[in-house]
Design a protein around this ligand. Structure first.
Ligand SMILES: Nc1nc2c(c(=O)[nH]1)N[C@H]1C(S)=C(S)[C@@H](COP(=O)(O)OP(=O)(O)OC[C@H]3O[C@@H](n4cnc5c(=O)[nH]c(N)nc54)[C@H](O)[C@@H]3O)O[C@H]1N2
Ligand SMILES: Nc1nc2c(c(=O)[nH]1)N[C@H]1C(S)=C(S)[C@@H](COP(=O)(O)OP(=O)(O)OC[C@H]3O[C@@H](n4cnc5c(=O)[nH]c(N)nc54)[C@H](O)[C@@H]3O)O[C@H]1N2
Ligand code: SF4
Ligand SMILES: [Mo]
Length: 595
């Protein structure tokens, strides 16, 4: 039976192919995008992390059957919520929707992840298509906006070989160190970077008239829009100058250009405006619909698929879930107590619910609050199908070995449906095939029905018969707040300020809150703290203590705490993005205090 080909199920764009035996794994060298190597996280996956090996009720071990019976009773309550995280990216995670559909439960809408950016893309392009990695390979210049590519999408690195690289990021990331140009901008200013580059592009006749005539007729109105912004104060606000802007435009001139955009640019209330502005710049320069060009963000992996798990339930917002409105909350594949913004609010809300059920692999902040714990199976222990949000390869996730204690999402759903007296599910194979049959077979792999070698080649919109819609208005309430204005004035004079942007990127040795957890706050030494010193970091939302790590490459208006750090989300706001129903982790400034 061995070796077995399967796919990594972690929430990571690469979706690497794996060749597994009962106790070894290696990269599938035939997988089109894995480049023959897995990452360090996966290499340790099978051995390092202690699992939840027993069902638990009120902190006492019980049999799985007892826990499932208790789950059934708790789900008989009037108000019940399903809150699903992204611990496993397999499509079968969503099968629990079918249970909540039948029992009249509530699910969530929106996201903790990329919703604001996605909304901005839809505003301009009508549909968010994935940029196939082979177009990156054909580009001359790659502009990387707020994407920590060596850490969060390392399998894209070979596609960047030999390219000119521009990095736009407030942090000097590994890729920024290698870049031809690193624009170390003030956080939350990408919108202005894109608008200023657009304006200078038009002033310097860099735009692509043929492309505009065909795909984007309203570019003159867009030029007028860019002229509403005053150049000098905006360049100061970004912390750049005419020279740097000119260098970027010059590097892009007459070259094939791909823009790769990460979550970093859009963890703000106005994240949709930012993606729309970057897309507007790319359209102006003719960077869509041609070989070696394109704009890649986190794509919609399910685009083009019929989803057998789509239901029409009542929903509440995911990023600001009012847990307290429910008698029973089932948390599956997530760690909301640590991963959602505003941890104090989350904890207070969860304490109001009668029964918390945690269905997962590991003990964490959320399992500690649970009344019932159901051990899950990991992705080597069950069958699934893996889509990606960065390429179009679809791959079966195959069972590599048995798990003596956990239960799959399919069996969980099926058992509960029957306990409630509903019909059993169709076979597991039926659902797996439902997904795979919509794909085109490609050797050992499959390809998503949404695949287009060159996205937007025919036009924009779902039916590819529309023009690009340029950005035409911009509102930003946050910019008007006192806190923001004060910081802006002082930072432009390079004076040390006492409020700092909180940047929370993904960590190397963790996948969100799975695996290694951090406890550091990284800052410029001029902020006046010593290495290893413990400081109180606080914001209007809460506080937590972290260990100082000084780093000369940090901006002096920002501190960085990795997203896997214990306590980081006590500092972040429970607000929703203006568009896209998304969390806004970085719409906050923090203060620091010696203890
Ligand atoms: N190793 C590892 N890989 C992962 C994950 C993980 O936890 N660990 N998580 C996965 C998940 S769920 C996701 S969504 C992806 C996300 O992966 P990415 O899209 O790379 O997202 P982040 O790491 O959150 O942030 C990316 C970059 O944005 C920068 N940034 C912060 N603020 C700004 C800003 O205002 N402007 C600009 N231009 N840049 C800014 C940060 O410094 C950082 O370098 O990664 C996936 N891959
Ligand atoms: N400050 C800050 N916070 C952030 C972010 C940020 O940039 N900054 N990023 C946000 C982003 S982009 C994301 S996507 C979210 C992620 O947040 P969550 O979706 O909450 O993900 P994790 O915290 O990784 O928790 C995943 C849990 O899933 C469980 N699990 C894993 N595999 C399975 C399985 O097969 N079945 C079941 N039932 N359970 C399983 C594991 O027990 C694990 O603890 O975090 C967000 N939080
Ligand atoms: S976590 Fe990402 S990079 Fe690592 S093996 Fe899985 S898909 Fe590949
Ligand atoms: Mo994410």
């Amino acid at each position: 039976m061995y070796p077995i080909k399967t796919t990594c199920g972690l929430d990571c764009p690469d979706a690497c192919g794996i060749v597994a035996t009962v106790n070894t794994i290696k990269a599938d060298s035939e997988h089109p995008t894995s480049n023959g190597a897995l990452c360090a996280l996966l290499n340790k996956y099978m051995v390092e992390e202690p699992r939840i090996t027993s069902a638990i009720i009120n902190h006492k071990k019980v049999t799985l059957e007892e826990a499932l019976e208790a789950t059934k009773q708790a789900l008989e309550a009037k108000h019940k919520l399903l809150w699903r995280g992204s611990g496993n990216f397999g499509v079968m995670q969503e099968i629990t929707n079918l249970l909540f559909d039948k029992i009249g439960g509530t699910t969530t809408k929106g996201t903790l992840c990329d919703g604001a950016g996605d909304a901005g893309i839809i505003e301009g392009r009508g549909v968010n298509r994935i940029l196939p990695p082979e177009q990156i390979a054909k580009a001359d210049v790659v502009v990387i906006w707020g994407k920590n590519i060596t850490v969060t999408a390392s399998h894209l690195m070979p596609y960047l070989e030999g390219k000119k690289i521009v990095v736009i990021d407030p942090i000097k990331t590994a890729i920024a160190k290698k870049a031809d140009i690193h624009l170390q901008i003030a956080p939350r200013t990408d919108f202005y970077v894109a608008v200023m580059l657009s304006r200078f592009a038009i002033m310097g006749d860099h735009e692509d008239p043929n492309f505009l005539a065909k795909f984007a007729s309203e570019h003159n109105e867009y030029y007028d829009f860019t002229r509403e912004f005053r150049i000098r104060p905006i360049l100061d606000h970004i912390n750049t100058d005419l020279n740097e802007m000119g260098q970027i435009l010059e590097m892009m001139e007459n070259q094939k250009v791909v823009h790769l955009i990460g979550n970093g640019v859009q963890k703000y209330s106005t994240g949709h405006h930012t993606l729309h502005a970057i897309d507007s710049l790319a359209t102006l320069l003719g960077h869509f619909g041609k070989e070696g060009y394109g704009v890649g963000f986190l794509g919609n992996s399910k685009l083009g698929f019929k989803n057998p798990f789509a239901i029409k339930s009542k929903t509440v917002q995911k990023a600001t879930t009012p847990f307290g409105d429910f008698d029973t909350v089932l948390i599956q594949g997530g760690n909301p107590v640590a991963s959602m913004p505003d941890s104090s609010r989350v904890i207070t809300e969860l304490k109001k619910t009668k029964t918390i059920i945690y269905f997962g692999l590991y003990e964490n902040e959320t399992s500690a609050m649970a009344d019932i714990v159901i051990p899950a199976q990991n992705f080597f222990e069950k069958e699934d199908v893996r889509l990606s949000y960065a390429h179009h390869i679809v791959n079966p996730m195959r069972k590599v070995h048995e798990c003596a204690y956990g239960i799959s999402e399919y069996d969980f759903t099926n058992t509960l449906l029957q306990k409630f007296g509903f019909d059993a599910l169709k076979s597991e194979a039926y659902y797996l095939d439902f997904w795979l049959n919509q794909c085109t077979p490609q050797g050992d792999y499959y390809r998503s029905p949404a695949y287009q070698a060159i996205p937007y080649e025919e036009g924009f919109g779902e039916d590819e018969d529309e023009k690009f819609t340029f950005l035409e208005e911009f509102n930003d309430d946050f910019i008007k707040t006192k806190q923001f204005t004060r910081a802006r004035k002082k930072s432009s004079k390079e004076v040390i300020i006492d409020e700092y942007w909180l940047i929370t990127p993904k960590a190397n040795k963790a996948l969100n809150t799975q695996f290694k957890r951090d406890n550091r706050v990284v800052m410029h030494p001029n902020l006046g703290f010593n290495n290893e010193e413990v400081v109180r970091v606080y914001s209007p939302w809460g506080e937590h203590q972290f260990k100082v790590k000084n780093d000369e490459t940090m901006r002096q208006d920002s501190v960085m705490i990795y997203a896997n750090s214990v306590g980081v989300n006590f500092l972040t706001p429970s607000i929703l993005s203006e568009e896209g129903d998304s969390a806004c982790y970085q719409e906050v400034k923090v203060k620091l205090e010696k203890i």
